[in-house]
Design a protein around this ligand. Structure first.
Ligand code: SAH
Length: 324
């Protein structure tokens, strides 16, 4: 039994059942703090790890907005949950081509992942958004960050579902009707408030429905297979669908304009993924089939193209962002 599992068992035995949100927060903090989970050897793969095209198009989106906003001084590149730093590296390279080379600030709690990020970008790190710079335009990116934040689950009477011990198993009592992520709303609100005050924009990419979601979306991946979210806490990835409608409302309340969510496939096509794939394939003909397969994996409706959504928060007096 892992030390985290032992700790959670002791906590429940001594103080009673814990919320799904507490369980998820503890499990994910341990999970990310102790490993690099990405890629075929790991538990799951993310868009920037599939192809450089993803990060490059994100970088072009940021640079395009920066140019049309009049190339404001003092801008920062900010990323939340940057994983291996691959997205940042690809985005910054694409941005560099336009003369946009802002300093980089990364929000990352995992010491293991921070080390990997430092190999790819020079940056300074934050434990949370609260210490981000309070002046200058912010260009914020978050890919598969919000889905890792804790959710609370409630039954049809509005009672919060709790996790107790049944013998040696963690068991969730009751049936899930609704799910909320106050942690996500707080961060979206915080980012929006900064953007409204300092100017800038945020690009949020994650998986979830366009409208209101339904019930229980907590899921766990281990070795690329769905697994029981209530077994082996801290040893497998826990995520929940992102409620874009709620994030958008929280952001709008702070005075930013909200664009989307649109499907990732549509956004990538609008940003020129087909052209980018063709030009990469021309430069490396021996990899052409692989590049086209990667393009499909990111953009095709039956792969990541429809389930994943893209939403932008933009300062009130700024131009409209591309791709929406
Ligand atoms: N954006 C990356 C990684 C996604 S995985 C990619 O697309 O490949 C989730 C990331 O969020 C990891 O870097 C993880 O360590 C980080 N993370 C999870 N919970 C966090 C929290 N509460 N605060 C800061 N970072 C967190």
């Amino acid at each position: 039994m892992s030390p985290l599992e032992a700790k959670l068992r002791r906590r429940i035995a001594e103080h009673g059942p814990i919320s799904v949100a507490d369980y998820m927060a503890e499990a994910n903090a341990h999970y990310y703090a102790t490993r690099d989970p990405f890629g075929t050897e790991g538990d799951f793969t993310t868009a920037p790890e599939i192809s450089q095209m993803f990060g490059e198009l994100v970088g072009i989106w940021l640079a395009d907005l920066w140019m049309r906003a009049g190339r404001p001084e003092g801008a920062r590149y900010i990323e939340l949950g940057p994983g291996r730093g691959t997205l940042a590296e690809d985005a910054l390279r694409a941005m560099g081509g336009t003369g946009f080379a802002p300093p980089v600030e990364l929000v990352e709690t995992s010491p293991v992942l921070r080390r990997g990020q430092a190999e790819r970008v020079s940056a300074c790190w934050h434990d949370g958004p609260s210490t981000l710079p309070t002046e200058g335009p912010l260009f914020i990116v978050a890919n598969e960050f919000f889905d890792a934040l804790p959710v609370h689950q409630f039954d049809s009477r509005g009672e919060e579902l709790m996790i107790r011990l049944d013998g040696d198993k963690f068991v969730r009592d009751g049936e899930v009707m609704t799910e909320t992520s106050p942690a996500s709303l707080a961060i979206a609100g915080d980012l929006a408030r900064r953007i409204a005050r300092q100017s800038g924009a945020a690009l949020i990419v994650d998986y979830g429905p366009v409208g209101q979601g339904a019930g229980d979306t907590l899921q766990s991946l281990s070795n690329h297979q769905y697994a029981d979210p209530f077994a082996a806490p801290g040893e497998r990835d826990l995520t929940a669908h992102v409620d874009f409608e709620a994030l958008g409302e929280a952001a709008r309340a702070e005075g930013v304009r909200v664009f989307g969510p649109v499907e990732q496939g549509a956004w990538l096509k609008a940003m020129g993924i087909d052209l980018r794939a063709v030009s990469l394939a021309k430069a490396a003909p021996e990899r052409a089939a692989e590049i086209m397969a990667d393009r499909d994996r990111l953009a095709a409706a039956d792969q990541m193209g429809r389930l994943f959504k893209v939403m932008a928060l933009v300062a009130p007096d700024w131009p409209e962002p591309a791709g929406f």
